[in-house]
Design a protein around this ligand. Structure first.
Ligand code: ZN
Length: 458
């Protein structure tokens, strides 16, 4: 039975379906929280229960963008340690991060989510791994912020239990115990994970990285995820230093270490995967392990260039991530479409390394695939969830480009005229409709100052 229909017409449409079907002028009909029809020309006549009819002239409709790697709390520590590599940057920032509390995390999550939503993200994720003792209900704050903003959300419940006294990188006071981390992760799953196909909230198990987590936490974390039927996420093969660390501590490189702890599989996705040799890529392809490619963060920290063209050729699932905003201050995904394309074309004879269509696919369907949501979202097809964006391309920034996908990927960040998540508007004419953007900015500024003051007194 019809709930209510939204009709969008007269726009270009890039469906990002299996055939990359595009319409120079087409339509979409949304019924409740699902896409009912998508096709060329105007919408079918005689539709009932139409609550809204949108003239999309001058616009491009695409699936909503999907972000596959982020750390919301870093919204409060942007623009610091700007000339460091990963390990030095982490050591510089850990003491400040270890002082976060619930109001700070809530504010940072609202800021991060607001920025992403304004830029066309409809499915967000957060990898949160800093849980200082007595900081309050950080998981509840993160999940609550996504609900308030109206964005679909995967929370990767992170953890760290390898402090400096165990040869790890984070200070001892910033880590949890093995049992404490596992119990809190299981509690997050029990409280918030929704396995339903149209779920707004999913939880994943996400120990932080080999250099901040014990082998036992990796192993038992994988067992917990599989017992609960949730996905697994961590950082992998980000830098040369990490590779050296793994070889010294475990006698093998990161991919072999992940294999030995149960961390390769089609229910796993990893951030970065910059330093991968041919056999690492083959192992990811064989097992269906996914990759969150974060081009700006990799450039900001001088980590290197991930081998995305080779991964795609081997059929490794790849999505895009902004990474935390302490290493990607912009914190929005639409610029990552362009940055992914540009960075992957660096080097000799790589002019076809990544196409504009592949870049759009990485940021939509590819992301949904690595988050395990590609059956439900990530492309514009009848029956899929109504998570979509209408990009404005008829102003000075884009109007002279005939190819709307090239305009979106290569041009300046395109304004969002409308984004729908689960059939509900989240952005209209470039402004959030679910929260007051100026209030979010004011609160995040206050919480960032409070954290900076605490850090200064250390
Ligand atoms: Zn990260």
């Amino acid at each position: 039975m019809a709930v209510s229909r939204i009709v969008i017409e007269n726009c270009a449409v890039a469906t990002v379906d299996a055939h990359n079907t595009e319409y120079a002028e087409g339509h979409l009909v949304v019924n409740g929280n699902r896409i009912e029809t998508v096709g060329p020309g105007p919408a079918p006549e005689g539709l009932t229960d139409v609550v809204r009819r949108i003239d999309g002239t001058g616009h491009l409709a695409t699936p909503g963008l999907v972000n596959t790697h982020h750390h919301f709390y870093q919204w409060l520590t942007r623009g610091l340690a700007t000339d460091h590599n990963l390990f030095d940057w982490l050591v510089a920032l850990y003491p400040t991060w270890a002082r976060i509390d619930e109001p700070m995390v809530r504010a940072a999550a609202r800021g991060s989510l607001a920025m992403m939503a304004i830029g066309g993200v409809t499915l967000a994720m957060d990898h949160h791994y800093v849980y200082p003792r007595g900081a309050g209900d950080l998981t509840g704050a993160l999940v609550g912020a996504a609900r308030e903003l109206g964005v679909r959300f995967t929370l990767a419940r992170g953890s760290m239990d390898r402090g400096t006294s165990d040869g790890g990188l984070p200070p001892d006071f910033a880590v949890e115990t093995l049992d404490g981390a596992l119990a809190a992760t299981e509690e997050a799953i029990d409280q918030h994970h929704d396995p339903a196909p149209d779920a707004m909230t999913r939880i994943a198990v996400a120990p932080c990285s080999p250099f901040s987590v014990s082998t036992e936490l990796m192993r038992q974390g994988a067992e917990l995820a599989r017992r609960k039927g949730v996905r697994l996420h961590t950082h992998g093969s980000e830098t040369i230093e990490e590779e050296r660390f793994c070889k010294e501590l475990f006698g093998m490189g990161p991919t072999d270490y992940f294999a030995s702890t149960g961390w390769l599989g089609d229910d796993v996705w990893m951030a970065h995967c910059v330093h991968m040799n041919d056999s690492d890529i083959a192992a990811f392809a064989r097992t269906g392990t996914g990759v969150a490619h974060c081009p700006s963060s990799n450039a900001r920290l001088g980590a290197g260039i991930a081998r995305v063209p080779e991964m795609l050729a081997a059929k490794v699932p790849v999505g895009l991530g902004v990474d935390g905003t302490a290493s990607n201050e912009a914190g929005e995904l639409r610029t990552e479409l362009r940055n992914a394309l540009l960075i992957n074309r660096l080097g000799a004879r790589r002019e076809t390394a990544l196409t504009t269509r592949q870049a759009l696919r990485l940021g939509t369907y590819g992301g949904a695939r690595v988050l395990g949501r590609h059956q439900e979202t990530g492309s514009l097809e009848p029956g899929k969830l109504a998570d979509l964006v209408l990009w404005r391309l008829d102003t000075l920034a884009h109007a002279s480009m005939a190819d709307p996908v090239a305009a979106l990927v290569l041009g300046a960040p395109a304004p969002v005229t409308l984004s729908l998540v689960d059939g509900r508007p989240v952005v209209e004419d470039g402004r959030l409709v679910t929260v007051d953007e100026d209030e979010v900015a004011r609160v995040t500024r206050g919480e960032a100052r409070r954290l900076a003051e605490i850090a200064r007194a250390l």
